[in-house]
Design a protein around this ligand. Structure first.
Ligand code: HEC
Length: 387
């Protein structure tokens, strides 16, 4: 064996060792957090793509992503504005990303190119005006994610079916693709300083919306890197005001960037990110996810009490639920249900957790259905029929 091959072998063994020891890095990384953080430092306004950080220091990486995507935007070029400072008024960077509505057009027309979309007069979609879950979810795609969908015509349901028919097993978004899902709540003038907010005037009446929930998925790993953030008011304030929509934090947070290793739900922001003193200091990382199970084989759980509040939070797993995003060679989008059919004592639907049972991808006769896997991107269910 040549030297270079031996080196390669050593490297691959190292990689395997690394991977197996960090499956549950969130609980583990307290000691080397400083060291890891230096590895993920960069220009704060720049969207990071850092697989190493995603695997080895997920909580720090989640906050690094949070700062970048919430960096104030330049509305002319649909990018982060490096001259602005975190917490400045105006749209955040993710709010000039392409929306779901701009991506999946009537008749599966080809959506506009990136820059044009951002300059469009009415490119900004307001929340529907209702703080309930489904109605107000805002889904946005960064340039890499959007262009992948656009270039591969995945905005067309017929194209998805053609892939399934051809036997394509999985599509594969490029490294650096990112997507977010946001939830809003109606707030008052006094709340503004504690929220990222926007105003909508309708029939002479102004409604103020505060950002209450924020999901991020980032293609750093084959099954993506997942993180979710919530405004602190979701823990108990909104459940008291809107008990029908907010269940509170029924699953614990875990944040090894802000908290000591023995108290991962300390309910703080991390130091060193420039968050202190800004509106963003009122947001919390509820946790991150990059594997289906932990080091003990237990399913990993992660939920946002607003965005998954209409479901049983204890049985929510970003990776597991999103892995069920597939399309068959015919029929509707979403052939596989995101819930099991059972409900919890409150009557909220229970979801799938942990590694998926291969049976759910088979038909009643136990035969494999030729689904094309949509690479965890559920919003592709909004693809349209060609005219
Ligand atoms: C029970 C199923 C389920 C769970 C659990 C779940 N999601 Fe989703 N998610 C969905 C569905 C369905 C959509 C599609 C919304 C749409 O039609 O645009 C979605 C959309 C998203 C999007 C927009 C991009 C995309 O894939 O469509 C992001 C980002 C996202 N979810 C992140 C998360 C994160 C982070 C978690 C874990 C904290 C999570 N989700 C948990 C079902 C789920």
């Amino acid at each position: 064996m040549k030297i270079s091959n031996i080196n390669k072998l050593a490297l691959s063994i190292l990689t395997v060792l690394q991977c197996s020891s960090v499956a549950n890095a969130d609980d583990y990384s307290g000691n080397n957090a400083k060291h890891m953080y230096s590895a993920i430092k960069g220009k704060p306004w720049k969207e990071p793509q850092n697989t190493h950080a995603a695997v080895n220091n997920p909580a720090h990486y989640a906050w690094r992503l949070f700062v970048a995507v919430n960096w104030p935007a330049n509305e002319n070029n649909c990018r982060a504005d490096r001259r602005k400072r975190l917490g400045d008024d105006g749209l955040a960077s993710w709010e000039v990303w392409q929306t779901r509505e701009e991506t999946f057009l009537e008749g599966a027309q080809k959506p506009a190119n990136w820059k044009k979309g951002c300059r469009d007069e009415n490119f900004y979609t307001f929340p529907a005006g209702d703080y309930t879950v489904a109605v107000d979810e805002a889904v946005r795609l960064n340039k890499k994610a959007y262009n992948y969908i656009r270039d591969n015509r995945l905005y067309s349901l017929d194209e998805q079916e053609r892939l399934a028919k051809k036997g394509v097993k999985d599509i594969d978004f490029p490294l650096g693709a990112k997507e977010v899902k946001a939830g809003w709540v109606t707030i008052t003038e006094e709340d503004k300083s504690r929220y990222h907010w926007m105003e909508k005037v309708e029939d002479g009446k102004t409604t103020i919306y505060g950002l209450s929930a924020f999901h991020v998925m980032s293609k750093d790993l084959p099954n993506w890197f997942w993180a979710t953030f919530e405004h602190v008011d979701n823990e108990s304030r909104w459940p008291a005001v809107y008990p029908e929509h907010f269940q509170g934090w029924t699953v614990p947070s875990f944040d090894s960037a802000a908290c000591p290793a023995d108290d991962l739900q300390c309910n703080k922001i991390p130091e060193g990110y420039g968050i202190e003193g800004t509106k963003w200091a009122n947001y919390r990382l509820r946790g991150t996810q990059s594997t289906f199970v932990d080091n003990r084989g237990e399913p990993t759980i992660l939920a946002n009490s607003h965005l998954e509040g209409f479901l049983d939070q204890e049985s929510m797993s970003c990776t597991t639920c999103h892995a069920m995003a597939v399309k068959g060679a015919e029929g509707e989008s979403m052939p596989i249900s995101i819930v099991t059919g059972e409900v919890n004592p409150q009557g909220l639907p229970i979801g799938h957790v942990g590694a998926l049972d291969p049976k759910i991808f088979r038909n009643a006769l136990g035969e494999e259905v030729p689904y094309v896997g949509l690479d965890y991107v559920w919003t592709l269910r909004n693809a349209q029929r060609e005219k």
